[in-house]
Design a protein around this ligand. Structure first.
Ligand code: PLP
Length: 363
């Protein structure tokens, strides 16, 4: 089967096989990795290796902390303002710029309002031919007194992705939950990067935060301890018990990514997968995607059937062909194919063949 779920998403087959082999008796310890102490030497080695592999993959500069946290993407919607309004460089500034490019950046705004003053800019637009697009980051209206700028460069629900960033000295905070490790990024352009693990990294329950050191909070009094970046950094992400199994599995995924040739190789593969699918959709009158080409996501591809009455049949028949979880997000409708790193090219080819056949029979 090929699983097109937006998250929790499919993991690389080789990683799943390795995890299965090691499941009960890990490293000859006589128990599973999920049953040993996070303070044991064996686990600390796993944790440190995972961090180093991630640093290598993303070329994370030395002045960034890599934090393995709990709480998911939404936990970070709170952690970011709680920490950054207290950051050393910000001296108590409590205003931030938030841009809305889709459902997830909007959800971050709703949470962010609890902690400070937000300048919110909705950058969603339509092109002349009614395609969904966004204001180019070079043209965002940013204030000059913000502690940070929050954005979501890949909108999982909307299928919108952007890669260029505004030129600014103000720290950019990016929710990369559904695009991290899918292509190279310049970490030094960001103040904070965060990502829930359950798409391109590993099982849910683990959340990555990559934080520039000068953005660690100055005072921790108002920050829940489990969301406190400084506490996490000072305790090697082990202030409280970390999600150990998810961390171990993320480590296997990072090793797999290195074996595949790293994020540059992933980018080549991901672009190819995305263009296979978009090209077919564009050629067909039976299917459509309504995102302007420049902002189409490589990771999440929403598409619609011309006759929506066929939606349920499409999903059912796809499942019978081993193509899982194609039903679109409830806010958008239609279909959505999430094609993260672990989705092989054959998965997308099989999907396109199925779509062709479905169109031939029902078109
Ligand atoms: N941000 C993005 C871009 C997402 O896609 C999601 C979930 O799909 C979230 C945040 C929320 O993540 P979580 O469910 O881990 O809180």
């Amino acid at each position: 089967t090929f699983n097109f779920c937006a998250g929790p998403a499919m993991l690389p087959a080789a990683v799943m096989q390795q995890a299965q082999q090691e499941f009960i008796n890990w490293q000859q310890q006589g128990c599973s990795v999920m049953e040993i102490s996070h303070r044991s030497k064996a686990f600390i080695n796993v944790a440190a290796e995972a961090e180093q592999d991630l640093r290598d993959l993303l070329h994370i500069p030395a002045n960034y902390k890599v934090l393995f946290m709990h709480g998911g993407g939404r936990g970070q919607f709170s952690a970011v303002p709680l920490n950054l309004f207290n950051a050393d460089v910000n001296n108590g500034k409590n205003t931030a710029d938030y841009v809305i490019s889709g459902a997830w950046s909007k959800a971050a705004v709703e949470e962010g309002y609890k902690y400070g003053n937000l300048n919110v800019q909705d950058i969603r637009q339509k092109t002349d031919d009614n395609l969904r697009t966004i204001v180019d980051p070079a043209n965002w209206q940013l204030s000059n007194n913000a502690a940070f700028i929050h954005c979501c460069p890949n909108e999982t629900v909307d299928g919108i992705e952007f890669t260029n960033l505004p030129q600014t000295e103000i720290p950019i905070v990016a929710d990369l939950s559904s695009t991290i490790l899918s292509r190279p990024i310049d970490v030094s352009r960001f103040g904070v990067i965060y990502a829930g693990a359950q798409k391109n990294i590993g099982p849910s329950g683990l959340t990555l935060a990559i934080v520039r050191e000068d953005l660690l909070p100055q005072t921790s009094s108002a920050i829940p301890a489990v969301l406190d970046y400084r506490l996490a950094a000072e305790n090697d992400s082990m202030f409280n018990t970390p999600p150990t199994f998810a961390w171990y599995l993320a480590g296997l995924v990072f090793k797999w990514l290195k074996q595949q040739g790293g994020v540059t190789q992933m980018a080549t593969r991901n672009q190819l997968k995305a263009s296979l699918l978009y090209d077919y959709i564009d050629k067909s009158d039976f299917y459509s995607n309504d995102v302007a080409k420049a902002y189409r996501s490589w990771m999440n591809v929403p598409f619609f059937l011309a006759d929506e009455r066929l939606n349920d049949t499409f999903v059912e028949q796809a499942q019978l062909h081993g193509l899982l979880a194609l039903k679109g997000h409830r806010m958008v409708g239609g279909m959505r194919a999430s094609i993260y790193n672990a989705m092989p090219i054959e998965g997308v080819q099989t999907l396109v063949s199925f779509m062709q056949e479905f169109e031939r029979v029902n078109g």
